[in-house]
Design a protein around this ligand. Structure first.
Ligand code: ADE
Length: 273
């Protein structure tokens, strides 16, 4: 996969040299190019922003530098044999970044990221490139960052670990929380390793039992417990057919019950533990 990033802070993308993404690059599975947007400015101050039409606070990134930088990025990539680029525009106004979107992006041969600072990029830039390639505006969460670079790091890491040969064990992402087709969308439960006792705390007996069936059941119960605590919306949204008899028993213990439509919700009579 080829990834291009156009930014006014190339040094912000240094973490792409480290750990999983760094190794994927070193192994030749990922070709990352970072381009400084200011190389595409021609005034003394290397200006990339101006005041918004219609007034209002902040500054807007100008069409000129983005147009030139993206044209050159695309030309470089095509020349190197890359094809089917997708423009990924990080913005708090984008569609939510999810594991399903990470899986989709991991199947694309070439991603071009345009992290913006200030109030964003003049809209004509995305309109222009949308006539030539798919453009995805993507938000990594309901909060506002100072710029899109941190979002590029997040998206790139989530995508890179899905590329063939990057993680040792393919099963390790089949089980991810939010993996498409995961047993309902439940969060993963707690995990333990050696030593068997730490500061007086032991390991749940079942994990030492060697009984695979009971271990799987315990893990599922803990996944339900954690999901109810941290992401009750996932239980409310889940297809009730995803919950078997034992799941229903656990949900009932956790104070959840099926409503008239079969979907689970908190039992209003349940006593909080
Ligand atoms: N830029 C600023 N905030 C962002 C967010 N939440 N997601 C993606 N890009 C952003």
């Amino acid at each position: 996969m080829r990834i291009d990033v156009v930014t006014i802070f190339p040094e912000y993308l240094e973490p792409l040299n480290v750990s999983l993404v760094g190794k994927a690059r070193a192994a030749g599975r990922l070709d990352v190019r970072v381009r400084d947007l200011r190389q595409s400015t021609y005034d003394r101050h290397n200006t990339v922003d101006d005041t918004p039409y219609g007034g209002g606070p902040g500054m807007v990134m100008m069409t000129g530098p983005w147009g030139e930088a993206l044209d050159q990025t695309l030309a470089d990539g095509y020349e190197a044999g890359a094809h089917h680029p997708v423009l990924v525009v990080p913005t708090p106004s984008g569609r939510p970044f999810t594991q399903a979107l990470a899986v989709d992006l991991a199947e694309r041969p070439w991603l071009v990221f345009t992290p913006a600072r200030y109030e964003g990029i003049d809209s004509r830039v995305t309109a222009e490139y949308a006539t030539r390639l798919p453009v995805l505006e993507v938000s990594i969460g309901d909060y506002v960052l100072a710029g899109g670079e941190a979002a590029v790091l997040v998206i790139t890491e989530a995508v890179a670990r899905l590329l063939p040969g990057v993680l040792g064990n393919a099963q390790s992402h089949a089980d991810d929380s939010f993996a498409p087709g995961a047993m309902a969308d439940l969060l993963e439960g707690p995990v333990y390793t050696k030593p068997p006792t730490w500061r007086g705390r032991g390991i749940p007996d079942v994990l030492l039992s060697g009984h695979h069936g009971r271990i799987a059941r315990w893990r599922r119960d803990e996944a339900l417990r954690r999901t109810v605590a941290n992401r009750p919306d996932l239980i409310e949204r889940a297809d009730p057919a995803a919950f078997g008899k034992k799941d229903r028993e656990m949900l009932s213990i956790l104070g959840w019950q099926p409503g008239p439509d079969g979907r689970f919700g908190p039992n209003p009579d349940a006593v909080e533990e």
